[in-house]
Design a binder for this molecule. Sequence first.
Ligand SMILES: [Zn+2]
Length: 231
Amino acid sequence: MARSQWGFLTEKLEQLFYPQVCSFCDSLITEDDAGPRRYVCRACESDLPFRLNDEIYPGHTPFLLAVSFYYEEPLLLALRQLKFHGRTDFAPALASYLHATYQRLKLSCDVIIPMPLHYKRERQRGYNQAGLLGEALADLVGIPLLEDALLRVKASGRQSERRGREEKLANVQGIFEVGEDGLPALYGRRALLLDDIVTSGATMTEAGLCLQEAGIDVLGMACAAGGLRPD
Ligand SMILES: [Zn+2]
C-alpha cells in the first residue's frame, strides 16, 4: 500500500476510534474541520473572546506577557472546568490557541516552565492546570516542559481579594524558590513561564524575577486569559 493511502487509512481509523469531539458543546467535529486535531468546533470557536491584536498584555511587569483571550465567557467556563472539574481535555484545546499566539508574536524559547501550585493545593486538586497547559503547549512547540524548575514554597491568599498593587506585590514576595534539580537543565536556555489566568501580573512577575536572580534567561510569560474586552 502506498504511503499516502496508508496515511489516509490510519487517519480514518483514528477518527473512528477517537472521534474529534468539541470540548465546549460535545458535538462531533466533522470532516469540514479536517487538518490538525481540533478540540473546539467552528461554532464554539467563533464565540471565544480572542485578544488577537491585543495579545501583548499591558500589565505592570518588566516581562513580555502574551495573553490569548480576554477573561470572559465562554472561556471562563473552560478554565473552571479545567481547574475544578477534572476536564483536562480543555488543556490541549486551550494550548492550541496559546500556540497560535506564540507563533503570531514570533516568540522563541527553549523551555516552558508552568507556574507552580503550592504542593498542598496540588495534592488537593490532583494536578496543576498550568502544568497540563504547559505540557500540551510544549508538545506543540516541540520543546521540553520543566516542572521542577520553580517551586511554590508559600501559599498566598487570593490575589483578587487584595486591593492595591503594592499590597499584591508584598503578598507574593518570597513565595517562589528555584528548584535545585531543575537548574542544570535551564542554564543557557531561554524560558517561558506559563499560567492559565493573569490579573495584575504580580505573581508571575515574582516568579520571573526569582528565576532571573538564579541566572535564568526569562523570555517572558504566556497566559490563556486575562483582562476584559475594551468597551
Ligand atoms: Zn462546539
